[in-house]
Design a protein around this ligand. Structure first.
Ligand SMILES: *Cc1c(COP(=O)(O)O)cnc(C)c1O
Ligand code: SF4
Length: 526
């Protein structure tokens, strides 16, 4: 093609390439029917007046196809170079952004097609490998009916938070009535619950898919023998060396957390705070909250207070209101967070009174609700509705997922989790590599590198605000993302695009210009 290159004058280089292909000399193929010749001539006439870019693109695509598949030359069709330039120019004219025929056909469309390849298998597998609670809703409703009957619950019990707590599954006896587990597993639950707590709300239990051996909701909520059999050194709980005041954990100068309760509606088998959760529910004394608030009030460095637990929404509404009012009255506290899993474990808790309290406090200073959702299966129409309401009375709802074996440790499962929560008004915030501190859940840990590959696979493939940061807790939250800056070339840094591996030179700011102090308005001398 290079020896008969045509000078394309006013055409851009992409359209030039397209014309090179269309006008390359060659031997005519199977011959063209008069029908096609007439069709193309008629189309050309219409296109000279068209207002639609797509019709011009379709015309060129048809020419390319005739050329590529049947070897048909433009001269065979009786089309002239000038005619094609006219309609190529027409495309550029009517397109709002001046996109050319060549740019669209030879660049943009192939780029989209190549990009689609990156997500094809995900789209095929997502609903079977990682069904959401919305997709499983019919079968969850069947489970609900069965569990209600087994526990003698009324619809009213089911729909109230008190009912969910009253009928919570916290004994081996009820567990074995509600879930069909192997008898050896039941025996182990008995053994493990001597050391650790178990409590499933009937609602959370209804998310478990019967017959699925390692159902991702089941292994988060029902303990197995590994929890006591895993060997490992017991590392003292974080509170031992990071608690400068009663109820307070502090890693950072400006952010503290208040462990406001040791209770949760459901106890997770992978709980990082398992030592703090202990073996029984404790009601904290008013003095404890007072001392924690005094510490916050007297430390003017602190800006952001995270009220957590346990689960902050286990606290009664008037207690939540008290804590928020106190925090709102402290000048140096400018933003707040509440940590809770209740929207997924007992969404009935999110009542109008609570929403009103949150909304009023949020109007004073922003509240973020921080939750923990580890699998798309935890998002049902009910939890989605709870998150919708919470997001309407807060600055944002953010998710801190824990990377867990069998639950979210594949690309498909993690993408599905992030997209599903995103569609349920929740923003993926962190993915924790499951901690080494507690041997209890060593069997659920996932290697650092696997998590890194999964999180990096999201860049360029799902919305940026649905991509979490990958971290571990090691005396504060430490980021674990791979460094995408892989080198330096003259004054540019070399970056790697996570989705294609392609390297791009990114010219850096000129250090000399950066060092100048007499810039912007400082540059005016008089
Ligand atoms: C998670 C956490 C925080 C908040 O960390 P961010 O990175 O700001 O989300 C603060 N204190 C404790 C003890 C925490 O566990
Ligand atoms: S909700 Fe949080 S604090 Fe409560 S058991 Fe689960 S991980 Fe632990």
């Amino acid at each position: 093609m290079s020896d008969n290159k045509i000078e394309h004058g006013s055409l851009d280089s992409f359209t030039g390439e397209l014309f090179d292909e269309l006008f390359a000399s060659g031997t005519a193929g199977s011959g063209v029917s008069q029908e096609i010749i007439d069709e193309m001539t008629n189309k050309l006439d219409i296109l000279k007046q068209t207002e639609l870019t797509q019709s011009i693109i379709d015309f060129f695509l048809q020419l390319l196809e005739l050329r590529r598949k049947q070897g048909i030359l433009l001269s065979d069709l009786g089309l002239s170079y000038d005619d094609l330039v006219t309609i190529a120019k027409r495309h550029e004219e009517i397109d709002e952004h001046g996109v050319t025929v060549g740019g669209r056909i030879n660049r943009a469309l192939p780029i989209v097609e190549a990009a689609n390849e990156r997500v094809k298998d995900y789209l095929q597998q997502k609903d079977t490998e990682a069904p959401s609670g919305i997709e499983l809703w019919d079968s969850i409703l069947d489970n609900k009916k069965r569990i209600m009957k087994e526990l003698n619950m009324s619809e009213e019990d089911w729909n109230s938070y008190n009912g969910q707590l009253k009928y919570a599954i916290n004994s081996v006896d009820t567990l074995s009535r509600v879930l069909d587990l192997p008898s050896s597993a039941i025996k182990d639950v008995l053994r493990v619950t001597k050391s650790y707590r178990m409590r499933l709300t009937p609602y959370y239990a209804s998310l478990i898919q019967p017959g699925k051996i390692n159902d991702p909701v089941l292994i988060q909520s029902v303990p197995t023998g590994e929890m006591v059999d895993n060997v490992g050194e017991e590392i003292p709980p974080v509170a031992a060396d990071h608690s400068p005041a009663r109820l307070i954990d502090q890693f950072y100068p400006r952010v503290v957390s208040v462990k406001s309760t040791n209770m949760c509606a459901m106890y997770c088998t992978h709980c990082l705070r398992i030592a703090h959760i202990g073996k029984k529910d404790n009601i904290y004394r008013k003095e404890a909250y007072r001392e924690a608030l005094d510490y916050i009030r007297n430390n003017t460095f602190i800006r952001d207070v995270l009220v957590t637990g346990g689960d902050a929404f286990v606290l009664p509404n008037d207690m939540i209101k008290f804590l928020l009012d106190e925090l709102d009255s402290i000048d140096h506290i400018t933003v707040k967070r509440l940590g809770t899993r209740i929207p997924v474990t007992a969404p009935m808790r999110i009542d109008d009174e609570l929403l009103d309290i949150l909304g009023k406090s949020n109007d004073k200073k922003p509240i973020r609700v921080v939750t923990q959702i580890n699998t798309a299966q935890e998002i049902t129409p009910v939890s989605r509705e709870a998150f919708r309401k919470l997001s309407s009375v807060s600055m944002t709802v953010m998710n801190q997922a824990v990377l867990l074996k069998g639950i979210n440790d594949t690309r498909v499962k993690m993408w599905k989790l992030c997209e599903t929560i995103h569609e349920a008004y929740v923003r993926p915030y962190y993915v924790f590599n499951c901690s080494y501190r507690n041997a209890q859940f060593a069997h659920l840990r996932v290697p650092v590198e696997i998590g890194r590959d999964i999180i990096e696979s999201m860049y360029g493939n799902i919305s940026g605000d649905a991509i979490p940061r990958y971290i571990c807790t090691a005396g504060g939250k430490v980021p674990m993302h791979r460094d995408n800056v892989i080198g330096q070339k003259d004054s540019a840094v070399v970056l790697r695009k996570p989705w294609s591996g392609e390297e791009v030179d990114y010219p850096d700011a000129d250090p000399e210009i950066y060092r100048k102090t007499d810039f912007a308005f400082a540059g005016y001398k008089d």
